[in-house]
Design a protein around this ligand. Structure first.
Ligand code: PRP
Length: 208
């Protein structure tokens, strides 16, 4: 069975996706907007976090409350996933961060690994893997494979925009990993870009 796919219909997520898609959006606004949309979507990804009951003293008495009972780690696929981290760190400032460096071979479009650095306790964490773009899905599938080899059992993939084929590939290769997106486009062009998409997220974030 294919993994769960959640495409956000939140009006703020959709408005921010429009800003990211707009070719006129400059890098500074692009970065800020990617952070904001990541906060909004991150809250949804973390909805399933395990909690435990605690008691909190209010100025007027005692209230039953809940706090999260599961460590969370954010892992960014370099480079574009970096743009999602500041927004997620607003939600959980203490969460450790991992980095997986992948670039696509321009001819084969296969992902090439050049860097992996993960938190020590990654296997115990609920891991949110961040990559704003799923084109062929090869990079996300490879990053998920790397995490699973490290013993991670509980992973969600947080992206922004995907081509339908990329979603299908990740769902087939990782049926246990839920995917959260802001939009799914129909096409992928010959160079492996999502059409209409939003261009190259890494280049737009870092003005390269
Ligand atoms: C882009 C993007 C994804 C990947 C998606 O990264 O940020 O990681 O391509 O493509 P795929 O689904 O076909 O694998 P890119 O390789 O351009 O590297 P960059 O983020 O460093 O620019």
């Amino acid at each position: 069975m294919n993994s769960k796919l959640v495409v956000s219909d939140h009006p703020l997520v959709q408005e921010k996706l429009a800003v990211l898609r707009d070719r006129g959006t400059r890098p500074e606004e692009f970065r800020r907007t990617m952070g904001e949309v990541s906060t909004l979507m991150g809250a949804e990804v973390l909805r399933g976090l395990k909690t435990r009951k605690v008691e909190v003293r209010t100025p007027l008495g005692c209230a039953a409350a809940q706090v999260s009972a599961q460590p969370v780690a954010f892992v960014a696929v370099l480079r574009a996933g970096l743009g999602m981290l500041p927004g997620l760190q607003h939600l959980l400032p203490k969460a450790p961060i991992g980095h997986i460096g992948l670039y696509r071979n321009e001819e084969t479009l296969n992902p090439v690994r050049y860097y992996v650095r993960l938190p020590k306790n990654i296997a115990e964490c609920f891991v949110v893997l961040c990559d704003p773009m799923l084109a062929t899905g090869g990079s996300a599938a490879e990053a998920l494979h790397i995490l699973k080899l490290e013993g991670v059992k509980n992973i969600a993939l947080l992206g922004l925009i995907a081509a339908r084929a990329g979603v299908g590939r990740v769902q087939r290769e990782h049926p246990d990993v839920p995917i959260f997106l802001a939009g799914v486009d129909a096409a992928l062009n010959r160079s492996g870009f999502i059409v209409p998409g939003l261009g190259d997220a890494g280049d737009r974030l870092f003005a390269t």
